[in-house]
Design a protein around this ligand. Sequence first.
Ligand SMILES: Cc1ncc(COP(=O)(O)O)c(C=O)c1O
Length: 284
Amino acid sequence: MTRIVYVNGRYVPHHEAAVHIEDRGYQFADGVYEVIAVRRGRLVDENGHLDRLNHSLSELRIGWPLSRRALKFILREVIRRNRLNGDGMVYLQVTRGVAPRSHAFPDHHESALVVTARRLRFLQGDGVDVITIPDIRWKRCDIKSISLLPNVLGKQQAKDSGASEAWMVDSGGQVTEGTLSNAWIVTERGELITRDVSRAILNGITRQAVLRLATGAEIAFSERPFTVNEAKAAREAFITGTTVLVTPVVRIDGEPVGNGRTGKFTAKLLAFYARHMDNQGKET
Ligand SMILES: Cc1ncc(COP(=O)(O)O)c(C=O)c1O
């Protein structure tokens, strides 16, 4: 079956889809994106993703390409036209649109919108290795910008080392986050920790859901930075993200975390999160 994508007002076959060479996303990475999980054909935490899209767009003064309601319709239409009734993801990207190449914003712009969807089988509970690398990103990591070179390089470094993810570390030795996920640990004393929200990290929609689920289950947590050494001495570690859900981290820089297997907090939070995904569809 031909994949169908949405590009600037039209639904077109994937292999025919194209954007202009002077799209500012292409020339300046002047754009933002969201990845939304699809569980059994339904969008997971759609409103959270659209709220964050709004944050990214407004911080960069990029206009919404169309109304939130129209965007919701398009997301569903792309899912429907691709017969995505199982698990998968929707990718949406908004750029400042097409303009003659010049760094400053054009006087007027028409935001460009691309939406794609694809099937995906979510990983379920297998532990992964992470490496630690310096965080070389800009100081606005709260914006989900399409400018992802440090993340691309970090993820490739992880792959080259036989690991799945790289945890980026700030100049103070504290872990910020992964290249496409948020970082968590459970200390020896059983304290669940993830870094507090600031411009140093992306406030993951999965992160927010897991914190709500932990609150609901009366699991104590603390939002604060943690060091690489603290992570290596932790009882458990895991990552959260739209495509990785809640994935246990069993080794950091080759050293086992705890007993080197999925921990019980992690397994519990993954089970809660899987149920949360299954309960989607009530959002409109
Ligand atoms: C740098 C970074 N941090 C965290 C996340 C996790 O965010 P979310 O849970 O919204 O997918 C992502 C997701 O792509 C990311 O790119």
